[in-house]
Design a protein around this ligand. Sequence first.
Ligand SMILES: *Cc1c(COP(=O)(O)O)cnc(C)c1O
Length: 348
Amino acid sequence: MTAFTAPLRLRLDSDALVSNWAWLKHRSGAAACGAAIKADGYGAGAVEVMRRLIKAGCRDFFVSNWAEAAMVEPLLEQGISLAVLHGVRDEDMAVALCSRARPVLNTPVQIARWKAAGGGPCDVMVDTGMNRLGLDWRADVAAHLAGLKVETLMSHLASADDDTPLTATQLMRFKELTRHVPAARYSLANSAGICLGESYAFDLTRPGIALYGGIPRSEAEGLIRQVVFPQAQILQRRLVLAGDTIGYNATHVAARDMEIAVLNLGYADGYLRGFSGCGRVSFQGVGMQVVGRVSMDLIAVDVSEASHVAEGDWLEIDYALPAAAAISNLSQYELLTGLGPRFDRVWS
Ligand SMILES: *Cc1c(COP(=O)(O)O)cnc(C)c1O
């Protein structure tokens, strides 16, 4: 039997993932440090991420919905907790009641639904100023939750990656909630919140992006390591003559004779058109630039100065997240979660 391999792959660095979690745990002080593994582990693969983080000592995981919960449920051994951030719709109840994951209840309707079904262990989200999911912090939250066994009361920071007064305001509102809303644990900080220091950590932190190599704030620079390394194979190397154009809509005109390599990677893989004419790749330390538009499944790079690269070689796509975000006008989050299913995901 021949094993099928794709012409594009993500090299995923286990040591870097675990090292990032350990740094975030250290920054969380006495609080437990969990892991957001929604969106298939930010594109890295939720099951493989969870397996590695459990081994490293992580006990608390977060996904968005019940389909994501089902993907990782086989890994839920004793003492491992999984919370479903979007809570329970009517359509989720049958699955939720049989699941070992807990819903994060976000609305009075979700709370009523969960209570009516017996009110088992649950988490609760309170909105302290983001106006996304959660009970309004101004409501009588304790009254809403009367009779429920709340494992984790949480809120989410809207702009901890900026320096804005809203972050401290949310902290103050959340602190007030911890004084009169009973819960076994309290949790506020995402990756950026962890960078802000232990006053944001409470009992449990919920990093996502920084686990996967994102740098949410300067405090993490040089300490968080890149985890995801895309690579794509050369399908063709060709000569382009002066005056010829390259790619869709002929956006690149060759100023002189040049050579290009055409790589098996495109916007359908999450390498979006923001990288047209500016993305960078490398081979054995030699850097090269994307020329012309990114196609659905292909890109061209200028290999005029790289005589050693040939059809079949694997090139490294520059994907250090802050730099790649700056040149592509995408967020570090979009760069990770857009990485599609056509990559082979290869852990080292
Ligand atoms: C996604 C998410 C996180 C993780 O946020 P990062 O910014 O990726 O660290 C934490 N908490 C909640 C509620 C989330 O939705």
